[in-house]
Ligand binder design. Structure first.
Ligand SMILES: [Zn+2]
Length: 420
């Protein structure tokens, strides 16, 4: 790699379009080394924190307390899952930020690293220092445990949030909850809204969206791929209304209700010039293929959709959609943590296929700043490698590579989320 493009990408500020910086976790003062692993995607390598339809869980493993750090507690991550890309990303960040030159966490250095992690997190400035070192100018957080969070008072003026709509799409009954435990009717009540009929519910959702800018919320977030399939079919109003008021509507009525509400929210989002960020790929795997949302995207040409994670493992299908539908933008978040090598392949193709240079942006998707720092380092390295390969092949010139990098890391997100 030539020094120039690597250095250029390395020094660029980043607008981070997706994190899970939850005040409950990121503001904790007692954080140890094993907790960094448990509350990260390295943790997902050991325990999937959401249920498949055949499963149930008592608590979210991401939000349960970690015990004291020991080699026995670290070994499952470092030894059994040590080759996993999530683990590699976090190990690299931890040794860079807390270590003294050793490239791995070992039986010999884990105690020193654990003490350094605990000391760092006791200092309130630690979080800001690391985000500055990662050159993040703005962070958009998805507080899935508090979908109406205004992040600015707790986390800082450079934070914005997204409003998760999962519980809204499942709000046929006051007791209905999404996979994170949120209830639509409780959210409405918190901002002085209520609904005793289906029509009142639709009107209340309009007001809920209208209130987003005042809460520092810059997009709606559809993560329904963790609650149901993403086949948001043509709205069937009769069936959707039939679900209203039932504790446990039949599956077809639940789906119709969700389809109808998602359609309604996409229409309102366009009216308020707010984009819709949508999780695709993995999740409930059988129902998360990106083509499932094609109908929704066609029905709402004025809604701006930010489709996430390269819809791994269906990135090529997603790129085909992003070529055809001009109301699609791509959020590369998570794809480079899942598989760095697939990310590079897909980014090469994305650069070639996408209709213009405004379409790509990225985020970290993490709970602690160490993993966010690692994600940004990984993203910079991989993006620079791809641009270098394009330069070496004569695909474009330095000026084009630098302009594209600046757009991917900051300009596109700033314009897309109207952050100016
Ligand atoms: Zn996420």
């Amino acid at each position: 790699m030539t020094a120039s493009i690597r250095e250029f990408v390395g020094q660029l500020p980043i607008v981070d379009v997706h994190e899970h910086h939850l005040p409950e976790i990121i503001l904790q003062r007692e954080v140890n080394l094993v907790q960094l692993f448990q509350q990260s995607y390295a943790g997902w390598a050991r325990a999937r924190p959401y249920c498949l339809p055949s499963e149930s869980r008592a608590v979210d493993p991401m939000l349960t307390a970690a015990g004291p750090t020991s080699w026995e507690a670290l070994a499952p991550f470092l030894d059994q899952s040590g080759a996993n890309a999530f683990v590699r990303n976090l190990v690299r960040a931890v040794v860079e930020l807390h270590g003294s030159g050793a490239p791995e966490i070992t039986r010999d250095n884990w105690q020193t690293l654990d003490a350094a992690v605990r000391a760092a997190h006791r200092r309130p400035e630690w979080r800001h220092e690391i985000l500055n070192r990662a050159r993040l100018t703005t962070v958009i957080t998805d507080a899935y445990n508090d979908p109406l969070l205004d992040p600015r008072p707790a986390l800082g003026a450079n934070y914005r949030s997204v409003m998760r709509i999962n519980s809204l799409a499942l709000g046929w009954h006051p007791q209905a909850r999404d996979h994170n435990g949120n209830r639509a009717h409780e959210l409405l009540a918190r901002v002085g809204l209520g609904a005793s009929s289906f029509d009142e519910y639709l009107a209340a959702l309009e007001k809920l969206v209208a209130g987003m800018p005042a809460r520092g919320q810059v997009a709606l977030k559809n993560a329904l791929a963790y609650d149901r399939d993403v086949n948001f079919d043509d709205p069937d109003e009769r069936r959707a209304r039939a679900a209203w008021g039932q504790v446990a509507p039949p599956p077809a009525e639940r789906k119709a209700f969700g389809d109808f509400i998602v359609d309604h929210l996409c229409r309102i989002a366009a009216a308020h010039d707010l984009p819709v960020q949508m999780h695709l790929g993995t999740g409930l795997l059988r129902g998360s293929h990106p083509l499932g949302v094609a109908g929704l995207i066609e029905r709402h040409p004025r809604t701006r959709f930010l489709l996430m994670h390269l819809a791994y493992p269906w990135s090529r299908d997603l790129l085909g959609m992003a070529f055809v539908y001009r109301n699609i933008w791509l959020d590369l978040t998570w794809s480079f943590l899942l598989s760095p090598s697939h990310f590079k392949l897909a980014l090469h193709e994305a650069i070639e296929v996408l209709p213009d240079e405004t379409r790509l942006m990225l985020g970290g998707d993490n709970w602690h700043v160490e993993e966010t720092y690692g994600a940004m380092q990984t993203a910079r390295r991989l993006i620079a490698e791809v641009l270098e390969e394009k330069l070496a092949g004569g695909y474009f010139s330095d000026a084009t590579a630098e302009r594209l990098a600046r757009r991917m890391l900051q300009d596109n997100a700033r314009k897309f989320f109207r952050l100016e």
